[in-house]
Design a protein. Sequence first.
Length: 525
Amino acid sequence: MNDPTGDSFLLPQRTDPERLAKLVGGPQRCVVDESLSFDLTFFDSFDWRLHAAGLRLMRLVSSEGGLLRLKREDATEVVDPVESDVEPAWPAQLPGGLIREQVAALLEMRVLLPVVSVHCRVTELRVLNEDAKTVARLQFLAMQCDSAATQEPRMLWPRVRVLPVLGYESECQCLVDHFAGEMEWPYAPACVFDESVAAIGREPGDYSSKLTLKLKHQQHAVGALRKILLTLLGTIERNLAGTRANLDSEFLHDLRVATRRTRSALSQVKQVLPDSIVEDYKQRFGWLGQVTGPTRDLDVFLLELPRYRASLPAAMAHDLDALEAHLLGTHKTEQARLKRKLGSAEMRTLLDDWRAVLEADPPPGDPGLYADLPIELVAARRIWRMYRKVIKAGRAVTTDGAPEAMHELRKDCKKLRYLLEFFRSLFPDSHVKKIVRALKNLLDILGDFQDLEVQADELRGFAAAFAPDDPARLRTVMAIGALVADLLRHQQAAHERFAGAFADFDSAGNRAEFKRLFKAEESSS
């Protein structure tokens, strides 16, 4: 559809092939030939991973069949197109080859979703000279687009593509110059992706699980906190349908992260919102965290299963088949329960009530003591105090290394990370990046330590659920035992890495950075 060998121009709306032929010179100079139609659908993950990598995955369907193409932003092919009889969904189900390799590497556990479909009718025209010989070919493209979210198709600008004929290149160039000069038709973009996405009311990259908040200095704390919480509410709302439909595991993951961030903002940014509001919604979002937990735990096990198999001797890989069947069956049950909970009146009321609270002006109830303070002062105070708590707890854990203490330290580190995510726009980015990097390394190790322990405990529970007198399950139980041993070895390795990671986080340079960024702000309040 986007042939780099031709010049394309946008045409005035309501232009049709006959009018284009007349503009070129009438029936003696331009002949309208046959037309054909095709459909073009662009695909990406919900969080735009292909777009972020500068790629466009599309499936073209015509009377000749389906063709899958992967292009760059300038419409050049990344690899050769491949035939495709079905819509792409999971990257692993794409036709084998370079397209599948590149898409799978970028999407990981995310499913491909149709972003926008373009329906195109192409009419061929021939430009003739005085001898009635064809000196150039034109393609008139009439296009409309739609998506699952649109009620009716949206018209795109018609366009014409000029294609040269061998031996008549100068005539073709004269035609291009005429369109660009006398007619003043603008050159068409190389790809219709951006135009069609805009036509359905979207913007590429309009969803990300990352917080990219822009808070203002001297903004009242209550206004800044409401902005944070409204952003998180939007994330929960946008992931709700995908979670209920179980499109992929990341919808539930992002919903749960936004829920945890919401509860953390309520509990950590103290004395800004009314106490009654804070306590009520901490409890209600706690309910949301509880009802989504079991399904997410099973998601994690299913995502880890290929790694589990790879960690076993090849002869034991299929011994986990019974475990996989158990996980899939349990997941189906939990997903059905989760779908009901997320579609319940309780869930709808929670989201509606919360939005009403956040959008009310002023918020209901008595404002907190710090509601009207500049947000940078409130943020610095909370970050500094949580940082000191992490340092104190981390030094104690380094001494005794108790698992329970490491779990509590991880919770505090998460709270500190959330605070830094909420308020990083208020502080110099290059400095915040350095301390976030050190904190992330520490959190990764603490996360490995706890997650591996939880997985080992859960696997023991799965093994116990298999009937001990069933000989067919003995191999499964033995394989699970080998997995547990491997997980605990990795947990021990994470424990051994902790001291070094915490020492980096507790370095003199990092302490000075925290003090310079956040202690001074707190002192001036």
